[in-house]
Design a protein around this ligand. Structure first.
Ligand code: ADP
Ligand code: MG
Length: 484
């Protein structure tokens, strides 16, 4: 039997650990020759141990990468403390490129009284990792390419509102470039002020809210600010970014709606004027009566009739009536900037009924006002709401060419008011119901097909809702809900 000494056991263990390590290992002389290599390294490089021992590390390196390690194999090698890590390419025996990570540490060997230094090099095959990185880079490029080819502005932010990605369209619209966005908080840059020019605190910003609650929010009318200090109208959607079930940020898609808004305004104005035009006949009719009586009284006064005081009183009433009608007409025709304030919706409806009364008289239509109360205050632009109700009632009148009744119902329900315009008209066939509110959809010879589209827009701007139910030859009901 043959017995091993302790130091022999230790040496055998070290040799074993070196030889069968999961990574390549080599002891390399200070001039770059392979002194000792393990079998894993042979597998990585495709050479036998004998072959490797005849080569230098530089000879195995890719030509473009030789310079990365050259400084280690000079006459005065650097004094390494700890490790030096170098990623570079080797050439496999089969001629193919191979990415490796080289970890150099200095190994001092005592041979008798002689001390020599070598490098202990751990060699890791990182080809797969590099391949993955390349793939990710390529995917990122494709991802950016797709983002950049979209005309809507898109950017992503993390939970602190820092931008994590954005596209070209976003950059073009807001005017900020990579440098601005990577050093400053986006919220402060483009979304720091609301439509009224007041500063928005981050906690009241919808983007931030969506971010915190992981909600999707669509905002139809807001402003973003450009680098040049100007603002522009935007519509935007914010959607949460979810990773492993957690909200880690938000994607904001936005669109410059300056042009769209201008077009809408023009359409709204032209629809208004068309309404005024359509009502002109009724109004002319309505004014003709007081005018005729005024003329009669004037003649009476001229002829020296005595009871002048009574005539003056009646004439005054008639003048007031003409004035009222003309004022309403002018108000409707005038372009009004949006102004929101608290108004009694019943009063608004009464004014609408008054202005449409002449039209109703001509077409033999009766309007029944069924109000639950006398006053319901709504935060609104009353001129715009008037336009909506005139549109709806005018449509109802048009739907009853032989005359009939319109009921105008108002109901209060907790935090909202419900207004219904019901007619007994021709109704809307089911297949056309979906087209209601689409621009230029009209079944009338002289229709604009804009009335409902504009009305729906106005209600939406008031955060309200519109719904329609209809039965052919029985009638139609438009229901409007407005928040209080
Ligand atoms: P216009 O009145 O100029 O045609 P609108 O947008 O106001 O445009 O209405 C679009 C269409 O919707 C009308 O042409 C009509 O066909 C239909 N419509 C609207 N309201 C009613 C209603 N109360 N009854 C029947 N049809 C209606
Ligand atoms: Mg109409």
């Amino acid at each position: 039997m043959f017995k091993l000494s302790n130091s022999q056991v230790e040496q055998a263990l070290y040799q074993n650990a070196f030889e069968y390590a999961s990574n390549g290992k080599a002891i390399v002389t200070l001039d770059g020759k392979f002194h000792l290599v393990n079998s894993t390294l042979c597998t990585i490089l495709g050479y036998s141990k004998r072959e490797l021992q005849m080569l230098t590390l530089s000879q195995l390196s890719h030509l473009e990468d030789i310079s990365k390690t050259n400084y280690l194999f000079t006459e005065q090698p650097p004094n390494i403390e700890g490790k030096i890590i170098i990623d570079q390419r080797f050439i496999h025996k089969n001629g193919k490129e191979l990415w490796v990570a080289l970890h150099f540490s200095l190994l001092k060997i005592n041979e008798g009284s002689k001390h020599t230094s070598h490098y202990l090099v751990d060699i890791y095959d990182i080809s797969k990792q590099i391949e993955k990185e390349k793939e990710i880079k390529k995917l990122n490029q494709i991802h950016q390419l797709i983002l950049d080819s979209i005309s809507d502005g898109i950017y992503g932010i993390d939970l602190d509102a820092n931008v994590i990605f954005w596209n070209k369209a976003a950059e073009e619209m807001v005017g900020y470039g990579e440098n601005d966005l990577s050093t400053q908080n986006l919220h402060d840059l483009i979304h720091h002020t609301n439509k009224q020019g007041n500063k928005v605190s981050i906690t009241s910003c919808p983007v931030f809210k969506a971010l915190k609650d992981g909600e999707s929010i669509h905002i139809t009318d807001d402003v973003f600010w450009r680098k040049d200090g100007m603002s522009f109208d935007v519509e935007y959607t914010t959607n949460p970014i979810i990773e492993n079930g957690e909200y880690i940020g938000s994607v904001i898609t936005f669109r410059d709606i300056t042009e769209v808004k201008k077009t809408k305004e023009i359409l709204q104005k032209s629809e208004k004027l068309s309404l005024v035009g359509q009502m002109a006949a009724g109004i002319a009719h309505e004014i003709r009566n007081p005018l005729t009586s005024l003329k009669g009284f004037l003649q009476l006064i001229q002829s020296g009739e005595s009871d002048k005081q009574l005539y003056y009183k009646i004439m005054n009433e008639e003048f007031n009536r003409i004035e009222l009608i003309l004022n309403e007409l002018l108000l409707l025709a005038k372009p009004n900037p949006t102004t929101l304030c608290e108004k009694n919706i019943i009063g608004v409806l009464d004014q609408v009924v008054a202005i449409l009364q002449p039209q109703c008289n001509i077409q033999n239509v009766q309007i029944n006002c069924l109000y639950q109360t006398e006053e319901i205050l709504v935060f609104c632009d009353d001129n715009q709401l008037k336009q909506v109700f005139i549109n709806l009632i005018k449509n109802a009148i048009d739907a009853m060419p032989k005359g009939g009744e319109i009921s105008l119902e108002v109901e209060r329900e907790s935090e909202q008011v419900i207004i219904r315009v019901k007619d007994q008209g021709v109704g809307i066939p089911e297949e056309k119901l979906a087209s209601i509110g689409r621009p230029f959809f009209s079944t009338k010879e002289n229709g604009t097909g804009l009335g409902l589209m504009i009305s729906f827009g106005i209600i939406e701007n008031h955060n309200g809702k519109v719904s329609v139910t209809s039965k052919e030859n029985q009638g139609t009901t438009f229901t409007i809900t407005l928040p209080l």
